[in-house]
Ligand binder design. Structure first.
Ligand code: SN0
Length: 317
């Protein structure tokens, strides 16, 4: 594997999931593979799981890892080509990315969308500049439009916990108080449309995701209809794709938050969420603390997702 920025970089999804599950059983089998190899983790936005799980995955493979919170600890980055840098930005992304590539063998980058300019976000301007200038394989730690390490961990979790051959997986929108990226639902949809599952997306009118990620999914505005016989319910808030970054009907969809009652017509479904979750806004305490939740298990699987991906990248170096 030369890079991991979306499901399109994966040649065999089933094999990657199987690899992750095998690494979970035997985490230190490949310590020689990463010997004297350096993983760089560069964050333009906050992180808990991605940072810790990817670092742990690198160490399990025998790599070293360095973390840079470039938004807080780096020089103020200039992103525009041709800029006359006589203002507050100090270092151009062209130099920053190229220099980081001198120090590491694989680089992970997190860069959230601005949610102001859809064209800019959906062309992955910042992320692609890293890919262009760093000169080493790039792993997405969540870009403007996707979070593939999360989606892989989600597919691993579904594979482990499913009780029927072809489970029904429902992605449901949840309430929030501020506009969040579409990256997690885009990516989850993109992976689920390629997995052996019945995939349903439910959200209020106005929260349609870009169709490039949802082809093959059933889409409904009726949450309780969607939840019928569900085996997995994946909860996530996202802002609108059109009008971009807005929250149509803010405050009127509070009943979209799942409670134990919402789960009654499911097939005793497992509830998933990528975290961080705002309690009693996106998800109720009773779900988070109850038997439906697979959320901590899911977060644990972030290590094996990252390790399977890094292993394939190391094998291609
Ligand atoms: C991010 C998102 O893409 O939705 C990261 C998820 C892994 N989530 C947030 O930014 C949450 C922020 C908040 O205020 O709740």
């Amino acid at each position: 594997m030369k890079q991991f920025t979306s499901v399109h970089d994966v040649t065999n999804i089933d094999a990657l999931v199987a690899e992750a599950l095998s690494l979970k059983q035997n985490p230190y089998a490949d310590q020689q593979l990463g010997k004297n190899k350096m993983m760089g983790l560069v964050f333009l936005n906050p992180s808990l799981r991605t940072r810790m799980s990817t670092q742990k995955a690198a160490l399990n493979l025998g790599m070293n890892a360095m973390v840079l919170n470039i938004d807080k600890e780096g020089w103020a980055l200039e992103l525009q080509d041709g800029a006359i840098m006589n203002g507050t930005t100090v270092e151009h992304i062209r130099e920053a990315a190229a220099v980081l590539g001198q120090y590491v063998d694989v680089i992970g980058v997190r860069s959230f969308p601005g949610l102001k300019n859809r064209g800019e976000d959906y062309s992955e301007t910042i992320f692609n500049k890293f890919v262009e200038f760093c000169g080493v394989p790039v792993v997405s730690l969540e870009s403007a439009t996707r979070h593939p390490l999360q989606s892989l961990a989600d597919l691993i979790t579904i594979t482990e916990l499913k009780t029927v051959e072809r489970p029904k997986v429902v992605l449901t929108w949840a309430p929030h108080i501020k506009p969040l990226p579409q990256a997690v639902p885009n990516s989850f949809a993109e992976w689920m449309c390629r997995a052996d599952v019945d995939f349903v997306i439910t959200h209020p009118k106005g929260y349609e995701l870009s169709t490039q990620f949802t082809e093959g999914a059933t889409i409904t505005h009726n949450q309780s209809e969607a939840l019928k016989n569900a085996d997995f319910v994946y909860v996530k808030n996202w802002s609108a794709y059109e009008p971009y970054g807005e929250m149509p009907g803010l405050g009127t969809y509070d009943d979209w938050m799942l409670t134990n009652k919402s789960m009654q017509n499911t097939n005793n479904a497992k509830v998933m969420h990528c975290l961080p979750v705002r309690r009693n806004l996106e998800l109720s305490d009773e779900i988070l603390d109850g038997s439906h939740s697979a959320i901590i298990h899911e977060a644990g699987n972030r290590v094996w997702a990252a390790q399977a991906v890094l292993k394939q990248i190391l094998q291609g170096l």
